[in-house]
Ligand binder design. Structure first.
Ligand code: MRU
Length: 347
């Protein structure tokens, strides 16, 4: 067997730190200017960190929720006492299904637990964290194998180490492929209005020494037309049973452009992102955030007083625009109900 060639240098900054009785959450709202952690000692604290976007990214939201349930277990006698914590966490953000997956998983572990209930939930949250870490690494290796020759790629939002427990999903694939000599250059889109691309993804790429140049979201089409782009690689917040992919607002636009320019469009996501109860993307709840986040930029108003704005935080890319979905259990290609089920439910 070939040893895994990726040395996996530890990231200098971790989005979560677990002390055993406190979840320390990197406040991503302050990046890239400042590194500061918030101490979460209850499910309510974790829900608030999630709601306020101090922590974000679908897999990380799920892992934090698992710890939120473990923190709640410390104050309760049994599974019945966890229902309020579960509800507070469920209400923190609506779109990333990993949150709901983690809460339901922790509740089922709680119901099956005998002996030291709080200890059992603490161990399970740690195991959930570790599984996400390992899934990242497998997806990175599997995704890199899809790239046949060195190329330039476009990515969107932040689906890196800051959004997960490990290398990241789409950024994990990019980091691994860079290590294998298959990435010449990365173009992260800025990702208006929350700027995850410029604040977080570019920061991560620079820390890893991967050549990267920031583009605004509306430059992607021009870039695809004028430069050789080998792939668009993104993460996901929820994948419907038919393979429709929900991700950060603007992803759909990129997928349409990629199809027009015959550029492969890859989605990298752990199986905890798949929601078989959503028949198609139309069933996925799309978070709508405060319009002020659109009407202002870095605290400055950029629209006339009294102006209205929409702030849809996510959109759905129809499966026919997705070349392949990379999961830790394998590659879904072609993207359809049968293949998705075959890969995700296989083991
Ligand atoms: O609103 P955010 O920052 O939580 O949105 C994050 C994204 O849309 C990511 O692309 C997605 O969660 C995948 S993260 C591995």
């Amino acid at each position: 067997m070939n040893p895994d060639p990726f040395p996996l240098p530890p990231d200098k900054v971790s989005p979560l730190e677990w002390t055993g009785d406190c979840l320390r959450v990197l406040d991503q709202r302050l990046l890239p200017s400042r590194i500061a952690y918030l101490d979460c000692r209850s499910a309510e604290d974790v829900a608030e960190a999630t709601r306020s976007m101090a922590l974000r990214g679908a897999p990380l939201i799920g892992v934090a929720a698992a710890f939120g349930m473990a923190l709640a277990a410390r104050r309760s006698d049994g599974p019945a006492g966890l229902s309020r914590a579960a509800e507070v966490l469920r209400r923190s953000r609506p779109t990333a299904v990993n949150l709901f997956h983690a809460v339901e998983h922790m509740l089922s572990v709680a119901h099956a637990a005998n002996g030291d209930f709080a200890d059992r939930l603490r161990r399970e949250a740690e195991a959930y964290w570790k599984r996400d870490f390992e899934a990242n690494r497998t997806m990175a290796r599997t995704g890199s194998a899809l790239l046949k020759r060195p190329c330039r790629v476009i990515t969107y939002c932040n689906a890196g180490a800051l959004a997960t427990s490990g290398l990241g999903t789409s950024l994990g694939m990019i980091r691994y492929a860079f290590h294998e000599g298959k990435i010449e250059h990365v173009y992260p889109c800025e990702t208006r209005p929350y700027l995850q691309g410029s604040r977080l993804t570019l920061w991560e790429l620079m820390q890893c020494g991967i050549p990267a140049t920031l583009i605004t979201d509306n430059m992607a089409g021009h870039l695809m037309k004028t430069r050789p782009i080998g792939a668009v690689i993104v993460g996901s917040d929820r994948i419907a049973a038919n393979g429709d992919v929900c991700n950060k607002i603007g992803t759909y636009m990129l997928a349409v452009l990629a199809r027009h320019h015959r550029i492969p469009f890859y989605v990298v996501a752990p199986t905890t992102t798949v929601d078989f109860s959503a028949r198609t993307g139309a069933a996925i709840p799309i978070e709508e955030r405060n319009p002020d986040e659109v009407l202002t930029l870095a605290g400055q108003r950029i629209a006339p007083a009294g102006a209205r704005a929409h702030h849809f935080a996510f959109d759905v890319t129809p499966r026919e625009l997705v070349t392949a979905i990379v999961t830790e259990k394998g590659v879904v290609r072609p993207v359809n109900n049968k293949k998705l089920k075959e890969v995700v439910v296989r083991r």
